[in-house]
Design a protein around this ligand. Structure first.
Ligand code: ADP
Ligand code: MG
Length: 261
């Protein structure tokens, strides 16, 4: 038996009112694979990430993480929405790094990282995890993203690049199967972009699948196993960086790439 993919998106549709934002998206992300998603503003990139961890409900289709159906339970061939508590538990196993960092301002860096693993959702097999052990692990993660010395600082004292590295450590703390990044460097001053890309580069191919929405085409080319071009809610083209970025087949991919570089 082969292992389930890290992420399996099938036939996903999502509308806001009359506006269909995702128009039947299929995407498989293998265990440990790095997928970068590019596309024009408004094409549905953020919505796609948000349906993966069920921050948005679906109008059609399914999302599986590691073989587990997200947001719903299948009973008598019908999908039934899971209770919020169950969804939160599922979501806690999917890392999410936002453009705006979304750290808790009233918590130290260390507490931001340990909050979720120490919460009820962080329980493994129903057992609350040991605080000392979780904190020790969090300190290792902060070292790994290069800010070990900032464990006791509050987010407002940190640069944007440092805050985003805390957010990445926080995502890692739940040992997720996949981390979703929504334009992780677009809110940063240009001189801070590099340090965050370096951290993401270090995570790549370390066993955790990464799905990265980015406008950094050079980075997308360098890091990705697969590049996905999303336009108007549909995947227009996907493949290796060489095929999609250097030899795009679709005119819309070519038009987009000529605009962004
Ligand atoms: P992208 O991340 O590619 O820029 P988004 O997924 O954020 O695109 O948005 C896709 C489209 O869906 C846009 O037209 C946006 O205005 C619309 N949209 C996103 N979220 C909502 C919402 N909560 N309510 C209504 N429209 C939305
Ligand atoms: Mg977006």
């Amino acid at each position: 038996m082969t292992a389930a993919p890290a992420v399996e998106i099938r036939g996903v549709r999502k509308s806001y009112g009359a506006h269909e934002v995702l128009r039947g998206v299929d995407l498989t992300v293998r265990s440990g694979e790095v997928v970068t998603v590019i596309g024009p503003s408004g094409s549905g990139k953020s919505t796609l990430l948000r349906v993966v961890n069920h921050l948005e409900s679906l109008d059609a289709g399914t999302v599986h993480i590691d073989g587990e159906l997200i947001g719903y339970r299948l009973r008598r061939n019908m999908l039934h929405a899971l209770p919020d508590r169950e969804v939160r538990k599922q979501r806690s196993r999917i890392g999410f790094v936002f453009q705006q960092f979304n750290l808790f301002p009233h918590l130290t860096v260390l507490d931001n990282v340990t909050l979720a693993p120490l919460s009820t959702h962080g329980r493994t097999a129903g057992k609350r995890r040991d605080r000392k052990e979780v904190e020790a692990e969090a300190r290792v993660l902060l070292e790994r993203v290069g800010i070990g010395e900032l464990a006791d600082a509050y987010p407002r004292r940190l640069s944007g690049g440092q805050q985003q590295r805390v957010a990445i450590a926080r995502a890692l703390a739940l040992r997720p199967r996949v981390i979703l990044f929504d334009e992780p460097t677009s809110a940063l001053d240009p001189e801070l972009v590099g340090e965050v890309l370096d951290v993401i580069r270090d995570l790549a191919h370390g066993g955790t699948a990464l799905v990265i929405v980015t406008h950094e085409i050079g980075f997308a080319r360098e890091i990705a196993d697969t590049v996905v071009f999303l336009d108007a809610g549909a995947i227009v083209e996907q493949g290796t960086p060489q095929s999609v970025l250097d030899n795009p087949r679709h005119p819309r991919t070519r038009a987009f790439l000529s605009r962004v570089r």
